[in-house]
Design a protein around this ligand. Structure first.
Ligand SMILES: [Zn+2]
Length: 197
């Protein structure tokens, strides 16, 4: 389900929260209002400041994000998603569409923690469950990837993230939401996207 944390006690880091604030562009009044309502960030001179070294409750963040999403609609959520990979730093093994889409799940886990421990351990590549996933399934012999996203984020936002990652390496790639599969907008737990280039 969109905006519902999978388990309590998860925290999200400042840069991730900030990428949504930045992606909101001229809707900054919304992020200021809804984030400060749940205690995320500080308003200084009418501007919301997120501590880039800080960690925030995922629960609170998602509830603020839900209020923002209701106001701005899918087109803006898609655009915010597009801006997320643009502001992120990726490991050197990210060299093409396949590795790019795979890296989304790694980056997602690196940006969350539980009990002070990151959900991805870069030393041994192990992942801790608790926030869902950005799926990757390459179709052998084809320039096609199926990505099943089972996480608490809105459908259009993830569509934007995956589109931006694909376009980094294949500017003409088509990223389609598979409407024949379940969708989080309709209360389901996942959405499926097809990336083709
Ligand atoms: Zn969907």
């Amino acid at each position: 389900m969109q905006f519902k944390a999978f388990e309590p006690g998860i925290e999200v880091n400042g840069p991730t929260v900030n990428s949504v604030v930045a992606g909101l562009g001229y809707f900054t009044n919304l992020s200021r209002r809804y984030y400060s309502q749940v205690g995320i960030g500080k308003v200084i001179n009418k501007e919301l400041h997120i501590d880039l070294n800080g960690w925030y409750s995922q629960d609170s963040w998602l509830s603020a994000f839900e209020n923002i999403a209701k106001t701005v609609g899918d087109r803006v959520l898609f655009n915010i998603g597009l801006s997320v990979p643009a502001n992120a730093i990726f490991p050197p093994w990210v060299v093409d569409v396949h590795s790019g889409v795979k890296a989304i799940d790694v980056a997602y886990h690196l940006n969350h923690r539980k009990n002070g421990k990151l959900l991805f351990n870069p030393d041994n590549g192990s992942m801790t469950e608790g926030i869902g996933h950005y799926g990757y399934e390459g179709i052998p012999g084809e320039n096609r990837i199926i990505s099943i996203c089972r996480n608490p984020f809105p459908c259009a936002f993830d569509h934007g993230i995956i589109t931006a990652m694909a376009h980094k390496f294949a500017p003409l790639a088509l990223v389609k939401h598979d409407d024949t599969k379940e969708c989080r907008k309709k209360g389901a737990d996942s959405c499926t996207y097809i990336i083709a280039w």
